[in-house]
Design a binder for this molecule. Structure first.
Ligand SMILES: Cc1ncc(COP(=O)(O)O)c(C=O)c1O
Length: 279
């Protein structure tokens, strides 16, 4: 079936999209993106995703993209691509637009490039089995709180994981395990759930917020505190969370078994509660 996408105010078949080689997204990675999950046609946590997009646009001073209309665009794409049944994702991207290549922003300013597409989604990992992960040095820039399309360090980290037969790379900066290449990360240490605090060194993940909320509702002790690399061998459980992975236990880290090499009880319980919220 012809995939219908959204491009600068229009819904059209994907192959009709014509993107300028002067687009600053192409030239500089000058833009932001979002991925929203749809369960049976229901877009999960759409408003927080759009709020994060607005935050990124403001931080980068990209004007002219109306996030209200993007909510409508997401719903239309689900509808027009017959994705109202089953699992799907919507991908949104806004760049600063097309202009002659200069490091400073275009003068006069140009309209942003707004693109969105929706597609069927199949989860990659099985939470009943868990995944393998590795740790790598975090070589990203210092504004990881912006969901920038400039993901080269994330790609290099994830590719290294893949080459080593693992599914995710956990990024370590100054001895602190911050997040994954495309996920947030949680640990169970001394019976307590821990995840890195929100700073400019991590993405303010929507799923991370939901998981912390579930912990509060369930009376599970949870704290936003740095977890150090040297503490990893003591971790009773490790799990990654995110829009595409939901809650996925890490059962091997750097070749060593985590928590006996099987998904742990806290991750399993959180996932059950998470599913109740999304389905
Ligand atoms: C670096 C990074 N951290 C965390 C996440 C998880 O964020 P969310 O739960 O909003 O999908 C992502 C998702 O793309 C990510 O790229």
């Amino acid at each position: 079936m012809n995939q219908i996408v959204y491009f600068n105010g229009q819904f059209l078949p994907k192959e009709q999209v014509r993107l300028s080689p002067d687009d600053r997204g192409f030239l500089f990675g000058d833009g932001v993106y979002e991925v929203v999950r749809s369960y049976e046609g229901r877009l999960f946590a759409l408003e927080p995703h759009l709020a994060r997009l607005r935050y990124g646009l403001e931080e980068l001073e990209i004007a002219g993209a109306d996030s209200e209309s993007l909510a409508h665009v997401c719903r239309e794409l689900i509808e027009r691509n017959s994705l109202s049944r089953g699992d799907a994702t919507v991908y949104l991207q806004v760049t600063r637009g097309a202009a002659p290549r200069t490091h400073f922003f275009p003068e006069p300013s140009v309209p942003p490039t707004v693109y969105a597409q929706a597609g069927r989604f199949a989860p990659k990992g099985d939470p009943a089995i868990g995944i393998a992960a590795i740790t790598v040095p975090d070589t990203r820039w210092a504004r990881c709180d912006i969901k920038s399309v400039q993901l080269l360090a994330n790609c290099l980290a994830n590719q290294r994981a893949r080459r080593l037969g693992a599914q995710e790379a956990l990024l370590v900066r100054d001895g602190v395990v911050l997040e994954g290449s495309h996920t947030s990360v949680f640990f169970v240490l001394d019976g307590e759930v821990r995840t890195a605090p929100k700073t400019n060194y991590i993405l303010p993940s929507i799923t991370r917020d939901v998981v912390l909320e579930i912990c509060r509702d369930e009376g599970i002790e949870a704290r936003e505190v740095p977890v150090h690399y040297h503490q990893l061998p003591r971790a009773e459980e490790i799990f990654i969370v995110g829009t595409t992975v939901e809650i996925l236990p890490v059962v091997r880290l750097d070749g060593q078994a985590v928590g006996g090499g099987r998904p742990g009880p806290i991750a399993q319980r959180l996932l059950e509660r998470f599913k109740e919220r999304t389905r």
